[in-house]
Design a protein around this ligand. Structure first.
Ligand SMILES: [Zn+2]
Length: 223
């Protein structure tokens, strides 16, 4: 799973370089794949270079878009109608490249201020990346590159509303199975996920699990 995520993160980094050649060839861009979730753009004025880090765990998260309720990328896709407002693994990852690259364009235009990272200037650049067709081109390239690696990216639309509805089937105290052989007891039902305390072999761990990944475990009937 993580190996898949690392390879895809590398392809996303390459996709950022394609945006770079098309939109801002004069500035210096480095990309790297991080091992964590963090995905960000950083500008070093002393060296005058931009660095975009793509977090492998972020990519792994996006393979389960049902988890995406609170993500900024989901809110941007839906709220601003990018890719027709459709949230899918492929759209989330392609948009993620555009999001980070928009920070480069924003910074270069002098539009990045401390404490106002996602400001109007940022969204002007992000809108431009989408409206110009660059985002769609990037999405096709990313899909092709991933498929060529034998790691196709899902295009199935995810509707967080359906997820919310699925949550009504669960209550605190329910025993559930999820993931690959994991089990636990629901501690709390959140807006998009359940907080689950591991039981049995998973004892001592805590998880946030989207409803579609959980199946209730029937308690043994008292005899
Ligand atoms: Zn950002």
């Amino acid at each position: 799973m993580l190996e898949r995520a690392r390879v895809i993160a590398g392809l996303m980094a390459e996709a950022c370089h394609e945006l770079h050649s098309a939109w801002a060839p004069a500035c210096r861009l480095r990309t790297r794949v991080g091992s964590g979730r963090a995905t960000w753009h950083r500008y070093d004025p002393r060296r005058d270079d931009h660095c975009i880090t793509i977090g492998a765990l972020m990519v792994a998260d996006k393979a389960q878009p049902a988890l995406c309720g609170g993500w900024l990328s989901m809110r941007e896709i839906q709220g601003r109608g990018y890719f027709g407002g459709t949230v899918s693994e492929l759209n989330l990852l392609a948009h993620g490249c555009c999001h980070e690259f928009a920070h480069l364009l924003q910074t270069r235009a002098g539009g990045r201020r401390y404490g106002q990272v996602h400001n109007a200037v940022f969204y002007q650049w992000l809108d431009r990346l989408h409206q110009s067709g660059s985002a769609t081109t990037l999405r096709s390239r990313l899909a092709e590159a991933a498929a060529a690696e034998g790691l196709p990216l899902a295009t199935t639309p995810v509707t967080p509303a359906a997820e919310t509805e699925a949550l009504t089937r669960f209550s605190p105290g329910d025993r559930v199975a999820f993931g690959q052989g994991l089990q636990g007891r629901i501690r709390r039902v959140n807006r998009r996920t359940c907080t689950v305390d591991g039981t049995g072999p998973c004892r001592g761990r805590r998880y946030r699990v989207p409803p579609r990944m959980m199946t209730p475990i029937r308690e043994t009937e008292p005899v």
